[in-house]
Design a protein. Sequence first.
Length: 95
Amino acid sequence: MTEEEFDTILRNSEHGKVEFKGKVNFNEYKNHFAVALISLANSAGGGMIVVGVNDKNPHEREGLTSEELKSFDKKLISDSLKNKVSPIPDFEREI
């Protein structure tokens, strides 16, 4: 995704295909993220969760610390889905 594409996403509000999450650690909110991922996976065309963006004002980037960023490991995310859904939905992690 280019910087311009990302800025376009931030200019729009949340909707059925885009969900903003603030500055969080995946391990602390993994059940919440699992529900959001499953919901988006079941939507026609999928969607995206944008992390590190103030969800009350999508124009404000909060970013993530290196520890928070590491917590969004693709294997950890997949493992959190194992007991909730089968098959595990395809997803991409983009930084």
